[in-house]
Design a protein around this ligand. Sequence first.
Ligand SMILES: [Cu+2]
Length: 161
Amino acid sequence: MNRLIAAAMFVSVGGVAANAHIYANKDIAIIHPWARPTPDAAGNAAVYVSLTNNTGAVDRLIGASSALAERVELHETVADDGVIAMRPIGSIALQPGTLTGLKPGEKHIMLVGLKTKLEEGKPFPLTLSFETAGDIPIELQVTRGPSEKPAAVTGQGVHHH
Ligand SMILES: [Cu+2]
């Protein structure tokens, strides 16, 4: 089903790691998709990424899938009476010519029911589905957050973003 060719290249994006990776077709650029390592195979993991819509019209991220997760959801993070929680959303709008960042504590992609653990340095396959741009296969970088010290990662479960 992936009739679009994803081109991976290594570039330098200001402020981001020098080896941030980008996948793109003519409509959408997917910049540095990453997730934190997980302690074991079962469980969930949040995926963060920046998306650029290079067309003149709104597009939407409408879903994602991976052979290595039971399902993949789109989530938003909400504060409800001081409690931080995540809930599924149907899509994430991408305004024309705009960079949309999915980051810790905000909207993100959620791998649910991992079939393998996420190991640091080991790419993880994921396909992102866009309303207009179609399906784009990518590989996540499994890495710790840019500002996180190794000791800060203890591999908490679902709700630790
Ligand atoms: Cu989530």
